[in-house]
Design a protein around this ligand. Structure first.
Ligand code: SAH
Length: 212
C-alpha cells in the first residue's frame, strides 16, 4: 500500500509514512472487505459511510503538517482509521461522530487496539468542539456545502484546517491556514466524500432544491 499508492503520489512526510505503516487497516473495514483493506479505494464501514482510500488519508494527514505536539480535532470519526493514523502523529486527538452506533463500535475497536488517546464524542461536528478549542489542526472527513465558520473560529494561531467543500457529488479539498488573525486558503485538488450532515452542513435527507 505504502510503496505502490503513497510514495509515487507524493507522500513524503516520514512521520505520515510511518503512521500509515503502523495502523492495521484491515481491522477498520467491514469483515467482508478485509482481504481488500489495503487496496486503492474507499472501504464500506456500514450505515452508508466509508473510510477514505489510503492515499487520501495520508494526503490529508500530510496537509496538516503535524510535528508531534499538536492538539487535533477530527470531524467524522467513522471507523476510527484516520483517528488511529493521527494518534501516531500527535499527542491529542479529539474526534466527533454524529451516528452513535458507529461511535460506540469504534470506541471499542480503538480501545482493543490500544488507541486510547483518541477521545470520541457523539454529536453534530459542524459545531466543532468548543470546550476543547483552540486546535492546532482540524481535519474534516465528510464533504461540506461550505466551510462552517466554527472551524475557523476554533483554530488557534498558526492552525491548519483541511476540509472537502462543494456539491454532494464532488468537492475540492481546501486548506485554510490561520496566521496573525488572517486566513489563507489553498485548493489541494478534487475529491469525493460522504456528506457532512448537521446544522452548518447538509440537511439530513437532502436540502431544499437539491437535485437527487
Ligand atoms: N474518518 C473516517 C471517515 C468516515 S466517513 C474513517 O477514517 O473511517 C465520514 C463520517 O462522518 C461518517 O461516519 C459520518 O457519520 C460522519 N459525519 C457526517 N456528518 C457529521 C457531523 N456533522 N458530525 C460528525 N460526524 C459526521
Amino acid at each position: 500500500m505504502v510503496e505502490e499508492q503513497l510514495l509515487p503520489r507524493g507522500i513524503t512526510d516520514k512521520r505520515v509514512i510511518e503512521a500509515m505503516l503502523s495502523v492495521p487497516r484491515h481491522f477498520f473495514a467491514d469483515k467482508s472487505m478485509e482481504a481488500q483493506a489495503y487496496s486503492d479505494f474507499p472501504l464500506p464501514i456500514g450505515e452508508g459511510q466509508t473510510i477514505s482510500q489510503p492515499f487520501i488519508v495520508a494526503f490529508m494527514s500530510q496537509a496538516l503538517a503535524l510535528t508531534g505536539s499538536e492538539k487535533v480535532l477530527e470531524i467524522g470519526t467513522g471507523s476510527g482509521y484516520q483517528s488511529a493514523v493521527l494518534s501516531h502523529l500527535v499527542d491529542r486527538v479529539f474526534s466527533v461522530e454524529r451516528i452513535s452506533t458507529i461511535a460506540q463500535k469504534t470506541r471499542r475497536l480503538l480501545d482493543s487496539l490500544g488507541y486510547s488517546k483518541v477521545l470520541i464524542r457523539v454529536g453534530d461536528g459542524t459545531l466543532g468542539w468548543a470546550d476543547e478549542a483552540p486546535f492546532d489542526a482540524i481535519i474534516v472527513t465528510a464533504g461540506a456545502p461550505k466551510i462552517p465558520s466554527k472551524y475557523v473560529e476554533q483554530l488557534g494561531e498558526g492552525g491548519r484546517l483541511v476540509i472537502p467543500v462543494g456539491p454532494a457529488d464532488t468537492q475540492e479539498l481546501i486548506r485554510i491556514t490561520k496566521k496573525d488573525g488572517r486566513t489563507r486558503e489553498e485548493n489541494l485538488g478534487s475529491c469525493r466524500f460522504v456528506k457532512l450532515i448537521g446544522k452548518n452542513g447538509w440537511e439530513e435527507g437532502g436540502r431544499i432544491g437539491e437535485l437527487l
